[in-house]
Design a protein around this ligand. Structure first.
Ligand code: ADP
Length: 331
């Protein structure tokens, strides 16, 4: 194995603030149109939630991971805790809500295109408050990187970003699902990761009266430049089967895709984000975080995203570090 692929010791440390959901997944011949009822195929309950998915992705890539989040006091919550613990994710800052159920995501996967639609019922995730984040501050300030998404309340995300920034911890946000980002959150971010539709929404929201469809037609480089101008030092856009693009200091570099037989894209974006953050933290811990190291992190992330599309579900599809390295070495 190339020496650059050997995990640094101690491993890099990540804190992940985010959602913990049970995914209720049904396969269907195609995605239903409004008003249409389809007879679906097999039904599964699979562990998920962007926060939990990204925590598992980072842990499987070799990072030491602490999660901040909330479940309900129910069977889905117990099952999610067991899955996170099996993946060596620390649960010390994961609370249990008495007044809300564990979050669920209702997912439809189309057999014809492998595309999906997702509706999230946040449940206990909506009870992650700035106070809860304050109580978990130790997990944030002891990490190399804080990684968050937008399936828990913005106020909690903003509070965590500020704690991390004050402590000199790198702050990454995967702005999913897309939302207008408040200036005090943007001011604390180092890295913003988005997919194509999130990029269009965020750029449009930042431009008064902007139209996401119009933004989506602009070259990727222009969209990333607009995101960088929001104040982040690194902007990353995932491009599905076309890989990813990374912009830093107003210069964009493409990261090419890994050709795989995709069967289900659920979890690909989360595998990308968790592995990107873990590999970034690895380079940061060995003080070699230059432009090439960031592209290396994005290449690992693309490999992880590609591998995640070859298996069904979110957490079950997330690759181990050894699988990522095997795919990287096969190029
Ligand atoms: P999201 O799932 O958040 O919409 P993307 O669809 O952009 O995110 O996928 C995330 C990453 O997963 C991509 O950057 C790419 O590296 C990988 N990926 C997704 N779909 C494929 C595919 N069909 N073939 C290879 N890699 C893929």
């Amino acid at each position: 194995m190339p020496s650059a692929y050997v995990l640094t010791m101690p491993p890099p440390s990540l804190c992940i603030l985010g959602s913990i959901n049970m995914d209720l997944v049904v396969r269907a011949p195609s995605l239903p149109t409004p008003g249409q009822t389809l007879l679906g195929g097999p039904f599964d309950t699979l562990p998920g939630g962007k926060g939990a998915n990204q925590a598992v992705a980072a842990a499987r890539a070799g990072a030491s991971v602490a999660m901040i989040g909330m479940t309900g006091r129910d069977d889905f919550g117990s099952r999610m805790r067991a899955v996170l613990a099996e993946n060596a994710v620390s649960l010390a800052a994961v609370g249990t809500a008495d007044t809300a159920p564990t979050g669920v995501a209702l997912i439809t996967v189309a057999d014809d295109t492998s595309d999906n639609t997702i509706i999230v019922a946040p449940g206990a995730n909506a009870l992650v408050t700035p106070n809860h984040v304050d109580r978990a501050a130790g997990a944030i300030i002891s990490a190399d990187v804080l990684l968050m998404q937008l399936e828990v309340p913005l106020a909690a995300v903003t509070r965590a970003a500020q704690i991390a920034k004050d402590a000199g911890v790198t702050v990454m946000l995967n702005a999913a699902p897309a939302a207008k980002l408040p200036w005090d959150l943007l001011a604390a971010l180092d890295v913003l990761i988005v997919n194509q539709s999130e990029a269009a929404h965020i750029v449009a929201a930042a431009t008064m009266g902007g139209d996401p469809d119009e933004v989506a037609r602009r070259p990727v480089e222009d969209q990333l430049d607009a995101i960088e101008r929001l104040g982040v030092s690194c902007a990353v856009m995932t491009l599905g089967a076309d890989g990813a693009a990374v912009s830093r200091s107003r210069s964009t570099r493409r990261v090419s895709t890994f050709a795989v037989d995709a069967v289900d894209t659920v979890g690909a974006g989360d595998a990308f984000c968790g592995v990107f953050a873990a590999r970034w933290a690895e380079h940061q811990a060995s003080s070699s975080l230059d432009a090439d190291a960031i592209i290396d992190a994005a290449t690992w992330a693309c490999a992880a995203g590609a591998l995640a599309t070859t298996r069904r579900g979110a957490i079950p599809s997330i690759p181990q570090r050894s699988e990522i390295i095997r795919l990287l070495c096969s190029r």
